[in-house]
Each structure stands twice: as structure tokens, then as C-alpha cells.
Design a protein around this ligand. Structure first.
Ligand code: GRF
Length: 186
């Protein structure tokens, strides 16, 4: 049985998709979120996934880091830490401790359009193609070795919302498959 932990801060559509699709031999040990108001918490309840809430707004950066480390340490032999719309920077200490075990999904073809609102940035820029990237994380935001990318041709007759939906659909199609593939190589 492989074990993963998911970190998320928002809506949790990727989280839900992983819960629905992941192989029965993979256990989602828990969800960790920094946002007590996140919709993802309700989704974890629906799938009976244990949730740890570490409210990042009520403590300082260092306290948050220490609590995150302690929470991760509750789980032994974790194979993969999956970021799914997690809006906090992962500190160097954690990256080093879980080397090559933390992956992220980003809604653009990295290294283009890093950071927030990537779909909107790509659309407004007028690029012909955008997509999604799944990558290992490093100390810099939205950097690290790329594992998988999917390309989408933008049709400017469609609005931004259409593109956003399409990107999320492709994220949901791809993320679980990539997680399973990585776990199989372990
Ligand atoms: C996704 O677009 C993901 O690529 C980005 O944050 C978004 C999270 O969406 N990192 P959701 O919370 O999974 O619905």
C-alpha cells in the first residue's frame, strides 16, 4: 500500500478528483490545509479523509512551518506529498526532508506564467497555446523538474471561463494518472 498526503488551500476540485480516481492500493493519509474556510475541507469530509487545519493567518511563518513539519511527521513512510492548489510556500527544510517526494500542479506551461492567475495571464497575453504542468517542487515558486505537461490550443472565440474549465478538466484527467505512475516506480 502506497501512502500519500495532499495539501490544498481552496476549492479542492483536484483533491476531489484524486479521491475519486486513485487506485485502491493508494491510501490518502490526510489532507492538510492552511485555510479554515477552504471548500476542500468539506470534500475531505465527504471522502472520509482525515483533515488537519493549520490556520496560517493566526500564527507566524516559523510557527506555521514547525506545525506543518509536526503534522507531516505524524505519518510514517509517506511516498508522496501532493500539492493541489496549495497557496503557501514550502520551506527549504521541508523540501530537503522530503526530497523528490513533493509534487505540484500548475495551470500553465511552465516556465511561462508562474504564480497566481496563470490561466488569465496566458489568455490576456494572447498566447496560442497554454496548458498544465506537473512538477517536483524546489525552493522557487512554480519551478523544479517537470514531470508532465499537457497542451491546450486557446480559441479566442471562447471566453476566459471556458478556458478555465477546460484547464481544470485536463488537470483532473492527468493528475491522478501521474501520481499513480510515480508511485509505481517507487
Ligand atoms: C489548480 O488550477 C491548480 O493547477 C492550481 O490551483 C488550482 C487549484 O484548484 N495550483 P482546485 O482547488 O483543485 O479546484
Amino acid at each position: 500500500m502506497k501512502k500519500i498526503i495532499i495539501l490544498a488551500s481552496g476549492n479542492g476540485s483536484n483533491f476531489e478528483s484524486i479521491c475519486k480516481k486513485i487506485d485502491k492500493n493508494v491510501k490518502i493519509e490526510c489532507l492538510i490545509t492552511n485555510n479554515p474556510m477552504a471548500q476542500v475541507i468539506k470534500k475531505a469530509k465527504k471522502y472520509q479523509i482525515k483533515t488537519h487545519i493549520i490556520d496560517s493567518k493566526s500564527i507566524n511563518k516559523n510557527e506555521y512551518k514547525e506545525l506543518l513539519i509536526k503534522t507531516l511527521e505524524k505519518y510514517s513512510s509517506i511516498d508522496l506529498i501532493v500539492l493541489a492548489g496549495y497557496m503557501k510556500i514550502i520551506e527549504k527544510e521541508i523540501i530537503e526532508k522530503y526530497k523528490n517526494k513533493i509534487i505540484n500542479i500548475h495551470p500553465s506551461l511552465l516556465p511561462a506564467f508562474k504564480g497566481m492567475n496563470a490561466i488569465q495571464k496566458a489568455y490576456t497575453y494572447g498566447v496560442k497555446y497554454t496548458g498544465i504542468t506537473i512538477h517536483y517542487i524546489d525552493e522557487n515558486i512554480d519551478e523544479g523538474t517537470i514531470i508532465e505537461q499537457k497542451v491546450i490550443k486557446i480559441n479566442y472565440k471562447e471566453n476566459l471561463e471556458y478556458l478555465e474549465n477546460k484547464i481544470h478538466e485536463i488537470e483532473h484527467e492527468t493528475y491522478t494518472k501521474v501520481i499513480e505512475k510515480i508511485l509505481k516506480t517507487m
